[in-house]
Ligand binder design. Structure first.
Ligand SMILES: [Mg+2]
Length: 221
């Protein structure tokens, strides 16, 4: 059984978790029946990009938002640009922590962003890993970055044009997933950013705030 989506407070099911503030499935059509042009979006890695890298982050008290991230995301929110988090959480598959711990961390991130007037529009989480010892064992799950599965699901749900969108992350797997989905990519030098090959990215920035600043300097995409 594979359920890629369920609301924030539902019990966990097998599959990738998907939750978010926006649950509408609105597709806007013109009077002639043509759908409006797809939108560009910003896809974000979570750990090391949005919040400080902590090995297997599972306690809300260990969450720190990277300075400047909330302000930059609030700017995207004001421009009505969808902000979608795309995160591997193999700690769930490896049994290091469970969905309850995941949810408590996700809630803390939401709260800290909200304190600075920012919000994430949607979150996609992949618990699968090749070494998992539970139902999340999978040799090469299509949702696990560097595979682009979660980006494609988000693009379909939110009517996103991936070719005009960006993926921001601190690891090569983020850049590969973004590129495979057709996005341009930004490497941030927070988290593991200094260990990634910068040549894989379209732009390199010190942090998420500067990445968004650079991306918006040529917006609309
Ligand atoms: Mg990361």
């Amino acid at each position: 059984m594979y359920h890629p989506r369920f609301p924030l407070r539902s019990p966990p099911v097998i599959g990738s978790l998907h939750h978010g503030a926006s649950t509408s499935k609105t597709t806007i059509f013109t009077t002639t029946g043509q759908s409006l042009r797809k939108r560009p979006a910003i896809f974000l890695d979570r750990d090391g990009t949005l919040n400080l890298e902590v090995d297997y982050l599972r306690c809300p008290e260990d969450v720190s938002i990277i300075p400047g991230a909330a302000k930059a995301i609030a700017r995207l929110n004001a421009m009505k640009i969808p902000v979608i988090v795309i995160t591997n959480q193999s700690g769930i598959g490896r049994g290091v922590f469970g969905w309850k711990e995941y949810q408590s961390v996700a809630k803390k991130i939401e709260e800290l962003l909200a304190n600075d007037g920012a919000h994430i529009d949607d979150v996609y989480v992949c618990p699968f890993h090749e070494n998992a010892e539970n139902e999340y064992r999978h040799k090469d799950h299509p949702d696990r970055k560097p595979n682009p599965g979660m980006l494609f699901k988000a693009a379909e749900k939110h009517h996103i044009d991936t070719k005009r969108s960006w993926m921001i992350g601190d690891k090569e797997i983020d850049l590969e997933a973004g590129r495979s989905a057709g996005c341009r990519t930004a490497l941030v030098l927070t988290g593991y950013g200094n260990t990634a090959n910068p040549e894989l990215a379209d732009i390199v920035a010190n942090n998420i705030e500067q990445a968004i600043e650079q991306i918006l300097s040529n917006w609309p995409a």
